[in-house]
Design a protein around this ligand. Structure first.
Ligand code: ZN
Length: 193
């Protein structure tokens, strides 16, 4: 199933998503597949569960569309469940980011170049991995969604003031997106766990 994307201003995007268990989520594989499908039709490279209205510690990444600019992301297709970043290190890098939940906007965001992350895969196997470069950036962006943080929360105070009007417009639905969306105040889709 393709889910609509929850848009900036909806409270589910500001919630800290809880860890999930095998018992609570017997249909996790279906949810993960639907998240990959939703991300692909929306032309995203990452999607976090709160963006489909599910407050749960799950995100997916598909780096393939970025392979021209970032060869290391070719065939990088991964799900992260109960993700917890345990270490950040290296240079602070400033790179422009966008987000399916904030259509039509891009802003510079500073992030660390390396991370260590603990997570489960869709078979509930535990992993701890180190990522760097653009992969680490995409993961940090998606991971932030699980903590109720959006990339626009990480821009400078000056930029925040400058983009406030545009963000207020997005809350009200003033944007173009070539995928289905849900605004604040609209009913979320029920997701079978
Ligand atoms: Zn995002």
């Amino acid at each position: 199933m393709i889910y609509p994307i929850v848009i900036y201003g909806h409270p589910v995007l500001k919630r800290v998503a809880p860890d999930i268990s095998k018992e609570e989520y017997p249909h996790i594989k279906q949810i993960v597949n639907d998240m990959f499908d939703t991300m692909e039709v929306s032309h995203g490279v990452g999607l976090a569960a709160p963006q489909i209205g599910l407050s749960a510690r799950i995100f997916v990444v598909n780096g393939n569309p970025l392979k021209e600019d970032y060869p290391e992301m070719e065939n990088f297709r991964k799900v992260f469940i109960n993700a917890h970043i345990t270490e950040y290190w290296g240079e602070e890098e400033i790179i422009e980011e966008g987000c399916l939940s904030i259509p039509g906007m891009h802003e510079d965001v500073s992030r660390k170049s390396n991370i260590r992350i603990e997570y489960l895969d869709e078979d509930w196997n535990f992993h701890t991995d180190v990522f760097s470069g653009y992969t680490a950036r995409v993961i940090q962006h998606e991971y932030d969604h699980l903590d109720g943080i959006l990339y626009v929360d990480r821009v400078s105070q000056l930029r925040k003031r400058l983009i406030k009007g545009k963000l207020n417009g997005i809350i009200k639905g003033n944007f173009d997106a070539d995928y289905k969306t849900i605004l604040s105040g609209q009913k979320l889709k029920t997701i079978e766990k």
